[in-house]
Design a protein around this ligand. Structure first.
Ligand code: HEM
Length: 418
C-alpha cells in the first residue's frame, strides 16, 4: 500500500480538460493498470479513477461526499445547495427515499409520465408534418417539458412549456461552461425557482389543488429527519431536480434517433410496434452516448483504492464515460450493440452512465427507470408512429464539448404519421 506522489501546481491540466472534454480522463486512465491517476485541475490536487472498484468507493457507504466536489456554477445549475445530492448519511437516505418512492417504487407514476409524453408527441405530429423539417433535440425537449410539468403538477400551458423548456434545457447545456450564456441560464433558473416556490407555498396554503400523488404534492409534504417540512426554497430545488433531468432525457432521445439513422436495421425491427428489445436499445444508448463525463467527490475519511492509500479531504473524480467505454469492462466498447442486454437493475459497478451502487443507499441516480422508459418510448414513437428522412447535415458529435450531441441537433424531414 502506498501513496500517489502529489503533483506540483505547474502540472495543472485544466487547459487539457477544457480542450479534450469527454476524452480527457479516458485517454489517461485507459493506459493505466489499475486505472488511477493523480493530477491538478483548477490548481486543486485531484485523484482520477475509473472502473468497478472506483464505483464501489463512490457508491458504498458514506466515504465520499459530494459537498465541495463541483465548481459553483455547475452545482447551481444542476443539483444546487441543500439538494439531496449535497446531503450525507441518514439525512441523505431520508430525503432520497422520497425520490425513490416517486420515481422507482410507485406502481403507476412512471406509466403516467409516459402517457403524458406520448400524448404530447402524438398531438404535435401534424404540426411537424406541416413544418416539413424539425430538429429532434428541440421537439424532444418541448414534448418532455410538457410531460414533466403536467406530471409534476405544474402549469403546462403553451406559454409555460415554451418558457420552461428554454430554462430547463439551458441549465443542462451550460453546466459545463462559463460565460454570458451561463449567466443567462442562472438568471432563468432563479426565475423558475421563484415560480416554483410560489407554487409550493400556494399548495401548502390550500390555494391550489393538484391530483393525489403528483410529485409537487409529495415534495411539498415531505418531512426531513427533523420532522419538519422542507423550506419552500429547498422544496423548489428538489422539484427542479425532478423536472430538469426529465427534460435532459431529450439528449438521449436525440442520440437514440442518431443510432436509428446509423443502424437502420433497428428502425425496421421496431416498426411493427413490437416492444421486444426496446429497453436493451435504450440501455445501450445510455452506455454509448456521451452525457455525464465524470462525477466529483471528496473523501470523508482515509480510504484505500487500487492499492493506494488516500487521505481524508482528497478530491476525487470518477470517470463515468470512460468506465462505460473501456474494453476492460465492455468488449469492443466503440460498437453500438443492444445485444449486450444491459440493465440498470443488474449492474452496480460497471455500467455507470448515471452512477453505480444502490440508489436507495447512495447518490446513484434515482431516475434510471424513468430515463430508460422515456428513451424506449421515444424510439417506439419514432419507429412505429411515424416515418421520417434524415437530410444531409453535420451529424458529428464533438467530444471536446460538454455536454454534447450531434452538431445539427438531428434534423428530420418528410415526417409522416403512420
Ligand atoms: C443523480 C445522471 C436522469 C434525478 C445522478 C447522478 C448522475 C445522474 C451521474 C449521480 C450523481 C452522483 O454520483 O453524485 C443522470 C443522467 C440522466 C439523469 C445522465 C439522463 C437524463 C434523471 C432523472 C431524474 C434524476 C430522469 C428524476 C426524474 C436525479 C437526482 C439525483 C441524481 C435527484 C441525486 C441523487 C442523490 O444524490 O442521491 N443523475 N440523471 N436524474 N439524478 Fe440523475
Amino acid at each position: 500500500m502506498n501513496g500517489l506522489p502529489k503533483p506540483s501546481v505547474l502540472e495543472d491540466k485544466t487547459l487539457s480538460l477544457l480542450r479534450e472534454g469527454y476524452l480527457f480522463l479516458p485517454q489517461r486512465l485507459a493506459q493505466r493498470e489499475p486505472p488511477i491517476w493523480r493530477t491538478r485541475l483548477m490548481l486543486r490536487d485531484v485523484v482520477c479513477l475509473a472502473g468497478p472498484e472506483a464505483a464501489e468507493l463512490f457508491y458504498a457507504g458514506d466515504t465520499v461526499t459530494r459537498r465541495g466536489a463541483m465548481p459553483g456554477t455547475t452545482l447551481r445549475l444542476l443539483q444546487d445547495k441543500h439538494s439531496v445530492q449535497q446531503l450525507d448519511g441518514t439525512a441523505h437516505r431520508r430525503r432520497k427515499a422520497m425520490f425513490v418512492r416517486m420515481l422507482v417504487d410507485h406502481p403507476t407514476s412512471v406509466d403516467d409520465l409516459l402517457l403524458r409524453f406520448r400524448d404530447a408527441w402524438i398531438r404535435r405530429l401534424p404540426q411537424w408534418e406541416q413544418r416539413g423539417q424539425v430538429r429532434l433535440s428541440e421537439v424532444a425537449e418541448t414534448t418532455l417539458t410538457e410531460a414533466a410539468l403536467s406530471w409534476a403538477g405544474l402549469p403546462a400551458t403553451r406559454h409555460a412549456v415554451m418558457r420552461d423548456a428554454r430554462a430547463l434545457s439551458g441549465m443542462v447545456a451550460n453546466a459545463g461552461r462559463f460565460g454570458p450564456q451561463t449567466a443567462l441560464a442562472l438568471l432563468r433558473r432563479s426565475r423558475m425557482e421563484k415560480r416554483l416556490r410560489g407554487e409550493i407555498t400556494a399548495l401548502r396554503a390550500g390555494r391550489r389543488a393538484v391530483r393525489e400523488g403528483a410529485p409537487i404534492a409529495d415534495i411539498a409534504s415531505h418531512r426531513d429527519c427533523d420532522g419538519r417540512e422542507l423550506p419552500a426554497s429547498v422544496a423548489a430545488v428538489e422539484l427542479l431536480n425532478v423536472v430538469r433531468p426529465i427534460v435532459a432525457v431529450a439528449r438521449y432521445v436525440t442520440f437514440a434517433g442518431l443510432m436509428l439513422h446509423h443502424k437502420p436495421a433497428w428502425r425496421e425491427r421496431f416498426a411493427d410496434g413490437s416492444r421486444e428489445g426496446l429497453s436493451q436499445f435504450a440501455e445501450e444508448v445510455r452506455r454509448f452516448s456521451p452525457f455525464f463525463p465524470f462525477i466529483g467527490g471528496v473523501l470523508t475519511r482515509e480510504a484505500e483504492i487500487y492499492g493506494h492509500r488516500l487521505e481524508r479531504g482528497q478530491w476525487l473524480l470518477f470517470d463515468l464515460y470512460g468506465t462505460c467505454h473501456d474494453p476492460r469492462w465492455f468488449s469492443e466498447p466503440q460498437d453500438f450493440r443492444p445485444e449486450r442486454d444491459l440493465s440498470w437493475q443488474k449492474d452496480k459497478s460497471r455500467f455507470v452512465p448515471q452512477g453505480g451502487g444502490d440508489a436507495t443507499q447512495s447518490h446513484r441516480c434515482p431516475g434510471e427507470k424513468v430515463t430508460v422508459a422515456l428513451i424506449a418510448e421515444a424510439v417506439r414513437l419514432m419507429t412505429h408512429e411515424m416515418t421520417f428522412d434524415v437530410p444531409a447535415q453535420n451529424l458529428e458529435v464533438p467530444l471536446a464539448t460538454v455536454p454534447t450531441g450531434p452538431a445539427s441537433g438531428l434534423l428530420l424531414d418528410n415526417i409522416r404519421r403512420r
